[in-house]
Design a protein around this ligand. Structure first.
Ligand code: NAD
Length: 422
């Protein structure tokens, strides 16, 4: 964890987001007027979140909600509860959401929110009071037609339920479409919990086909064993690939013969970590990233692969389940090594895609079965992968630039057609 924290301080995620925008805008030869209209966040809200802790003491937390774009539809993006949350991190994540929604061609802009806090040290009561106070503070700018939050790091379906309830109480009637990633009992979608990992699986499987690597021969390494990472690891295991290493903040485990994923998931559920799993060796976080494998899935936080450790990466494919896990310097190194990268705004877009399905179901009061959700998700992920791959091969640019060109290009086109108000 300390490694990530240090790197996050060194590499500003928002600078990375702006740099990636400029590269895409240059490649698209976008004119300066369009750039000025779509590059920066439309709205940034900073809020104070005072919370009565269980001791009776009131602690004030810093919260944010950023709407980067509403050019193609309402702002959409998760809420993060983490000690490293800063306004620049939220702005970067909101910016990436805009291009991501455009890459998968769903009718949303981009937004993101967060509270600088350590939810691991808070009781359920404290978390609920903090969530409800934060929800009421951002309430004027959210809503099913304006901005629709969702879960992100250390936020859960329960937290989404508290936001939905707070919003509904203020309005005086139930508004299920105000957040996605809700529990099924209050308008959540079947398949939402697994959607990010499923999208990562579909795009990685398509990359393996593209590189002529049979899936059963793929050795998979996963950094971060939360929602995205643990479910992606399980999907690869179920498909016949060998998951040889996984990690979380407390440790990394490795078994060259393959880890028994259901057993690792059960172990983590019981002990709170993968560290100490019997039948595996403990390795360092640096060694995990340097393992000889076909697929490396960073599924933790930003800036996991940097110029210091990128040279050591031996994977053939890097699948960015996390947002912003590879710094621009590391990008260039992976590129020069011929590593095939599936960029975050494509690889982890399954989450927002099924969030979109959830919102559509809520607004129509008509719910789909899980097979329907997964089939629609697969169609969108495969189509989007092929769209990005086509730009990659036709324009001879790397996959990150290809995805950014697709996303930025679609937002620029919407902006051009809408024109400048007033
Ligand atoms: P999560 O809170 O469920 O899991 C995060 C996991 O990463 C935890 O297991 C934690 O222990 C681990 N971790 C944190 N720092 C680590 C480190 N330095 N080394 C190893 N492990 C570390 O979060 P999540 O929802 O799975 O999100 C993970 C990433 O995926 C984030 O970048 C998030 O923005 C992105 N993402 C998530 C979704 C979603 O729907 N959940 C959608 C799109 C993108």
């Amino acid at each position: 964890m300390s490694t990530t924290a240090t790197k996050t301080a060194e590499t500003n995620a928002y600078d990375v987001a702006l740099e990636n925008f400029d590269l895409a805008a240059n490649a698209l030869e976008l004119d300066d007027n369009l750039r000025a209209m779509i590059k920066y966040p439309e709205r940034e809200l900073a809020v104070s979140v005072p919370v009565r802790m269980d001791t009776g003491k009131v602690i004030r937390f810093q919260g944010y909600r950023v709407q980067h774009s509403t050019m193609r539809g309402p702002a959409k993006g998760g809420i993060r509860f983490h000690p490293n949350v800063t306004i620049d991190e939220v702005k970067a994540l909101a910016t990436w959401m805009t291009w991501k929604c455009a890459v998968v061609n769903i009718p949303y802009g981009g937004g993101k929110g967060g509270i600088t806090c350590n939810p691991k040290e808070m009781s359920m009561g404290e978390l609920e009071r903090m969530t409800r106070r934060y929800a009421s503070a951002i309430l004027p700018i959210i809503g099913p037609e304006k901005d629709i939050p969702a879960p992100d790091v250390y936020t859960t379906p329960q937290i989404m339920a508290w936001i939905m309830d707070t919003y509904s109480m203020m309005k005086g009637y139930p508004v299920t479409g105000v957040v996605t990633g809700k529990p099924i009992s209050i308008g959540g979608s079947l398949g939402r919990n697994e959607a990010t990992a499923r999208g990562c699986f579909y795009t990685t499987r398509a990359s393996l086909v593209h590189l002529n690597i049979p899936l059963p021969q793929a050795r998979v390494v996963v950094q971060g064993f939360g929602n995205a990472g643990s479910i992606a690891a399980t999907l690869f295991h179920e498909a016949g690939a060998k998951v040889i290493a996984v990690s979380d903040t407390r440790g990394c485990i490795f078994n060259a013969k393959g880890l028994d994923m259901p057993a690792v998931v059960a172990f983590k559920a019981k002990t709170g970590s993968v560290a100490g799993f019997p039948g595996a060796d403990r390795i360092t976080p640096e060694a995990l990233l340097a393992l000889d494998c076909e697929v490396l899935i960073p599924a933790a936080l930003e800036n996991a692969i940097t110029e210091e450790n990128a040279h050591a990466v031996r994977a053939k494919i890097v699948s960015e389940a996390a947002n912003g896990p590879v710094t621009p310097e590391a990008d260039r190194i992976l590129d020069s090594k011929g590593i095939f990268l599936i960029p975050d705004i494509l690889c982890n877009a399954g989450g927002v895609t099924v969030s979109y399905f959830e919102w559509v179901q809520d607004e129509n009061h008509l719910f789909w079965d899980e097979n329907d959700v997964n089939a629609k998700l697969e169609k969108i992920m495969v189509r989007s992968f092929n769209d990005v791959l086509k730009i990659h091969t036709d324009k001879k640019v790397n996959m990150r630039l290809a995805a950014n060109m697709l996303g930025v290009g679609r937002v620029a086109e919407a902006c051009r057609i809408r024109g400048l108000y007033p």
